[in-house]
Design a binder for this molecule. Structure first.
Ligand code: GAL
Length: 679
């Protein structure tokens, strides 16, 4: 039995939780016993014991069984499941089951089905077929959550509430009339009156001026480019509507079980961009995340590190929990690549290294039917004489040995500003180049920091930057005055900022900041840009320091900054591409193009050196080193992503193998070591 890490002190502790060092790390996954007979349930408990499972998530898609007819709740089967788990000393993350209403629901309330931007309805038959603004859905979902809380609020296995599931995974935007009315209410709150809305949306353009609220619609499919601020506000509204669904259930649970922490699983991963999680993070007691690797990405392990850092940022630096990942292949990518031996341990422990107090999966037992039957699980179709099961048992043992890291934190001196809303506007319709992609720029800078072995705190645009030495700002296209002021103050006080092209261009209404680019950051960077010169598809240009660049150039003038590197060719020979500006006691660096990886790494190294930041452990390329630090000890995770053994200077106890180290450690190819540092 385990309890879970969380952000506030919780009185409730599941009975039987071991008193050791704050308890074990969470290990387990989505458990869907309704797909199996009772003899399989018994087998499940036995195997969970063998694997060292400490927590499972139950009931995520159980609404149809929990409420087989409207208003009649049948919860006895779930009580049996919870009792069994409690008997096996396994804690329960109990889902409210509201991610997918049963078929009777959409038949009775067809108006709750989501509508696409061209007016088509999405039908039931998959999952999450509901409109986020539907009061009918919210009422039914909250009623089910309430019934579960009344029945199971005191159950000794209950460790955590799991509201809904991956809000917005399939229904992030609904364009129906109910949504339209809710959108108008949201806009009234945001803008106050129609004049303010007309101003914010720039409706003087293309004859779009509104004279009555009823004229305003969601940005449905239109013959030409749609109003960009209308679309931006609709994205904000849609994220907020889903959040309101979560809050409705959360508050119902909290009223009955104030002692039980509440979460919903976020989707910080390359495939999900529709939710502004900075607005959600403060609403959960424990930040939890689902993460799946992109099998087509050769640097997927670096993307994993970035996602984990984003999630830790959402948790305000506190421990969080990896709620779902995969033991091997998923089933929803074009080619679902199985994990190599050792990869599962590397992936899981990479998340633990970056602050997750456990490793959970989708799902416990691979389904024999349904849309996800080819998705990997802890127990695969082939059973337990398998690579996956051996890896699962090994991971359980590793997590047991790592129990002392629970509750520790990852210190960092470098921050990266991440902003969902800039992502949205940067990739909106009718922008200067389709080749500019938000995540591409985020990844380029993050990759350089990862290779430099630098820990990164991911922060929102208006974050307090005190305590950081370097802030990297990839493509912060939309910036508020408050965020711009924070960055100016940070640099003036001695900080170092690295800002990339297309940052600072628009205000929060997506209006251009006039007077030359990069609008909000001209003074800080000591430059001004008179015109963008994006490159043609696949065109590259060269810099006078030997780097190559693609995608973007711009006609930049120095106004106090110094050129660090300039274009040798392309549309703007001789024009600066990388600049540094001494500003107050600090420095503002600007990267005006998309450098190749080597060039980006060189710039990042220079910026770090400028700020006096270096990695605490020098390691060969491809080896990831992350520190979690607690009150009494530091834990150094060494993850060898290369195919050669590496020698690391190390003193202390290696926890996974139980060996005492006096000066060095060899980490074999593809393996992980965790050193509890002495001294
Ligand atoms: C998540 C979801 C799970 C399962 C998993 C498959 O999006 O929460 O229910 O579908 O993906 O990778």
């Amino acid at each position: 039995m385990t309890d879970v890490p969380r952000r506030e002190v919780r009185a409730h502790r599941p009975a039987g939780a071991p008193p050791s060092a704050g308890g074990p790390l969470a290990y387990g996954g989505d458990y869907n016993p309704e797909q199996w007979s009772r003899d399989v349930w018994r087998e499940d408990l036995r195997l969970m014991g063998e694997a060292g499972v400490t927590m499972v998530t139950v009931g995520v898609f159980s609404w149809a069984l929990l409420e087989p007819v409207p208003g009649r709740y049948e919860l006895d089967w779930l009580a049996e499941v919870l009792d069994g788990l409690h008997g096996a000393r396994i804690a329960v993350d109990l889902a409210t089951g509201t991610a997918s209403p049963p078929p009777w629901f959409s038949r009775a309330h067809p108006e709750t089905l989501p509508m696409t931007e061209d007016g088509g309805r999405l039908w039931p038959g998959g999952r999450q077929a509901w409109c986020p603004s539907s009061p009918v859905y919210r009422k039914a979902a909250t009623a089910l959550a309430t019934a579960l809380a009344r029945r199971f609020g005191d159950h000794p296995a209950l460790a955590l509430w799991h509201v809904g599931n991956e809000y917005g995974c399939h229904n992030a935007h609904c364009y129906c009339d109910v949504s339209a009315a809710a959108f108008r209410d949201w806009l009234r709150l945001r803008h106050g009156d129609l004049d303010a809305l007309n101003e914010a949306w720039g409706t003087a353009f293309w004859s779009q001026r509104y004279t009555a609220w009823e004229e305003i619609l969601p940005p449905r499919a239109a013959p030409a480019f749609r109003n960009p601020t209308q679309r931006l506000d609709f994205r904000r509204f849609s994220s907020d509507e889903l959040l309101a669904c979560y809050i409705a259930e959360r508050d119902a649970l909290r009223a009955i079980t104030p002692q039980v922490p509440i979460t919903t699983n976020f989707m910080v991963q390359p495939f999900a961009r529709d939710i502004d999680y900075w607005r959600w993070a403060g609403e959960v007691d424990l930040v939890t995340n689902d993460h799946y690797m992109d099998a087509s990405d050769p640097d997927a392990h670096i993307e994993l590190a970035l996602s984990a850092d984003v999630v830790r940022g959402l948790a305000g630096g506190a421990p969080w929990l990896l709620m779902e990942h995969a033991t091997s292949a998923v089933n929803w990518q074009p080619r679902n690549i199985a994990k190599q031996p050792g990869e599962l341990l590397r992936n899981s422990l990479a998340s633990v290294a970056r602050g997750s107090d456990g490793a959970m999966f989708f799902q416990w037992r691979a389904s024999r039917a349904g849309a996800e039957k080819f998705h990997s699980a802890l127990v695969s179709h082939a059973g337990t004489d398998t690579k996956v099961w051996r890896d699962v048992v090994d991971l359980g043992a590793a997590l047991r040995r790592l129990a002392p890291v629970r509750g520790t934190r990852v210190p960092a001196e470098v921050a990266l500003i991440f902003d969902w809303q800039s992502w949205w506007v940067l990739e909106a319709q009718a922008r200067p180049s389709v080749d500019v992609a938000y995540l591409d720029q985020v990844h380029a800078l993050y990759r350089a920091l990862w290779h430099a072995g630098i820990a990164v705190d991911v922060v929102p645009p208006e974050a307090d930057l005190t305590g950081q030495r370097v802030v990297v700002v990839p493509a912060l296209h939309m910036v508020s005055d408050a965020a711009a002021t924070r960055l100016h103050d940070f640099v003036a006080a001695g900080g170092t900022a690295l800002i990339t092209f297309l940052s600072g261009i628009v205000d929060p209404n997506d209006h251009i900041r006039l007077g030359g680019y990069p609008g909000a950051f001209r003074d800080l960077l000591g430059i001004w840009v008179e015109e963008f010169f994006p490159l043609r598809a696949n065109q590259t240009v060269h810099l006078d320091d030997g780097a190559t660049a693609c995608v973007w150039t711009e006609l930049l003038h120095l106004r106090g900054a110094q050129a660090v590197a300039s274009y040798r060719d392309g549309p703007l020979p001789g024009v600066p591409a990388v600049t540094r500006h001494a500003f107050g006691d600090g420095a503002g660096w600007y990267l005006a193009t998309r450098l190749d990886d080597r060039g980006t790494q060189r710039v990042v190294q220079r910026v770090l050196a400028d700020a006096g930041v270096s990695s605490p452990t020098a390691v060969p390329r491809g080896v990831e080193v992350v520190r979690r630090v607690g009150d009494d000890a530091a834990y150094v995770f060494v993850i060898n992503h290369t195919d050669a053994a590496v020698d690391i200077p190390a003193r202390g106890m290696e926890l996974l193998r139980g060996t005492q180290l006096d000066d060095a450690l060899v980490v074999p190819a593809g393996e992980v070591a965790v050193i509890r540092e002495s001294g």
